[in-house]
Design a protein around this ligand. Structure first.
Ligand code: AR6
Length: 180
């Protein structure tokens, strides 16, 4: 028997961090955008401010994005090489496909990251701010979507980070990861 059967693919590390995603070192960061992709408040506003006006110029050429899908741009003045813009679902009580759309945001971003050779990806807590998706419901959906994608693409990523802006949000993601 040769040694070829002995190789193992290193697992992707899935971590949480507390802080500002615009300063986080990753090949790509996700943006909790809206369907216009023309900027807004929250993390979207912070990403546009940190990236500079070139980001909005590129976004104008994308002609929006459907909820649950994603589009990629360069990162301009961000430490990240790319931004993955994904409009999360607005919470309407849970009966309008919000769970599935939220999972789809994470998958769509990771598909694009994979296609562009990104080894490290950072996500904010999509939809749990202005869009009012309940945090304790969103975090397990996000974690499960990321875990399933990584399991289906072994060795594709070194690290996926959930970069949380406050401790309450980080606690929810840590609990969802089973580290609470
Ligand atoms: N780094 C990491 N997380 C952040 C940052 C930051 N710099 N700033 C805010 N957050 P939100 P949504 C957290 O409202 O709910 C925009 O106007 C924030 O505390 O940014 O998906 C878009 O244009 C919360 O935990 O996104 C859309 O119109 C999380 O990011 C709409 O808001 C998401 O909050 C999208 O709403």
């Amino acid at each position: 028997m040769g040694e070829e059967g002995q190789r193992t693919v290193p697992d992707t590390k899935i971590v949480t961090a507390l802080g500002d995603i615009t300063r986080f070192p990753a090949d790509a960061i996700a943006n909790a955008a809206n369907t216009s992709l023309l900027g807004g408040g929250g993390v979207d506003g912070a990403i546009h401010r940190a990236a500079g006006p070139e980001l909005l110029a590129e976004c104008r050429g994308l002609h929006g994005c459907e909820t649950g899908k994603a589009k990629i741009t360069k990162g301009y003045h961000l430490p990240a090489k790319y931004v993955l813009h994904t409009p999360g679902p607005i919470w309407h009580g849970g009966g309008r496909g919000e769970d599935g759309l939220l999972a789809s945001c994470y998958r769509s971003c990771l598909e694009l990251a994979l296609e562009h050779g990104c080894r490290t990806v950072a996500f904010p807590s999509i939809s749990t701010g202005v869009y009012r998706f309940p945090l304790d419901r969103a975090a397990p959906i996000a974690v499960e979507a990321v875990r399933a994608f990584c399991a289906a693409h072994p060795g594709s990523f070194d690290q996926i980070a959930f970069v949380c802006f406050d401790q309450r949000t980080r606690d929810a993601y840590d609990r969802a990861l089973g580290r609470g």
